[in-house]
Design a protein around this ligand. Sequence first.
Ligand SMILES: Nc1nc2c(c(=O)[nH]1)N[C@H]1C(S)=C(S)[C@@H](COP(=O)(O)O)O[C@H]1N2
Ligand SMILES: [Mo]
Length: 421
Amino acid sequence: MKTDRSNTEKQFDAHASRRGFLKNASIATLGMILGAEIVFGNKLPKGLLPIAITGDQNPVIPGKHSELITLNDRPLNVETPAHLLDPDITPTDVFFIRNNGLPPEITDASSWMLEIAGESVIKKTSLSLRELKSKFKHYSYQLTLECAGNGRNEFDPPAKGNQWKVGAVGCPLWTGVRLKDVLNHVGIKGDAVYIGYYGKDTHLSGDPGMSPISRGVPISKAMEDESLIAWAINGEDLPAMHGYPLRLVFGGWPASTCGKWLSKIVVRNVVHDGAKMGDYSYRVPKRPVAPGEMVAYDDMKIIESMPVKSLVTNPKTGAMIKKGTILNIRGKAWAGDNSVKRIQVSIDFGSTWQNCNLKDPVNRLAWQPWSTRIEFPKKGYYEVWAKATDDEGRSQPMVVPGWNPKGYLNNACHRIAVKVI
Ligand SMILES: Nc1nc2c(c(=O)[nH]1)N[C@H]1C(S)=C(S)[C@@H](COP(=O)(O)O)O[C@H]1N2
Ligand SMILES: [Mo]
């Protein structure tokens, strides 16, 4: 069980370290974080920080909904409250942001090049963005991207890293070309086992020789129909923070595989060994471990398809309902490479479950909208819990599952609070 104390301490630590960095930042830097000049910034009393970036009030991030929750501002990490994920296609202005380094500043993408290299490529090739768009057929898919650390805030002992609650997930419409069409065009050798990506963002240390993240997927995932090199989200160019002008998109796998500001793909004859492919990064123990246990790196494996999970997106937690009203409840469910077969809700803390209506995905690897109607027996406080089951019969656990060193793969049931008055 998690104690209140550890939770409070965690929040305090995160708050203190953020403030520590910001305290030393110039007004110009603070303005850059905000994406707007701080007018009268020179009059801000010493020691006071703009409330829009301390977390005391939501930040104003250009192009983003004001209700998003900022977990870190260097690098920028921002999550979505569950109720904003209610539309079937996630709008760009609510889609979460996860950066490991500092995004590049790209104003002109007309000369953007994508290099395809690595031991298992037949001929090292460079393609311009224009060639990519003109040489290959375009495809659009709705694909679910979820950060592997989504839900990390519930692990005890706490796992270091962004304390994501439920909202590091979304399912926008992506447009681009199939990675397999590009790889087949370039030609890959029979010994290819993995692809890796490199992007144009820079390491937090400022060291130009260090990559903030360079991950990838096995060749089998790379060659799937829905694996895209994308330039558009919801019919528009990718915004700067989501990888303009080009990124990878692999639905159902840790979103860390979806390289942003994509400039190079390597086809490897070994498992890609770029930044954040080893140690505890995006890896979980091969066997169940005790909470807090020191796990040897050799006992860790790379996370592949994400586990079954769901969200209640309507009503918003904290909803007040008049006695006698039937509540129309809605949400989304997804299951990595699998599909969701069943979704149920409980209003009695998991004692009994009611089946919901569940739609098919619009395409493979898109999340599935669900809905039902709930009647509450009397006035009082309730929680609605949602539980999805995938097509192989695996269900979400009611409480946080297997502890792991970095706090990945928490697919515990989502809970919302409802008061019947
Ligand atoms: N180049 C690059 N690509 C990246 C990252 C990054 O820091 N740099 N973050 C990864 C991680 S951990 C996630 S969860 C997703 C987040 O994508 P988004 O910010 O568009 O939501 O991008 C992935 N691709
Ligand atoms: Mo991530």
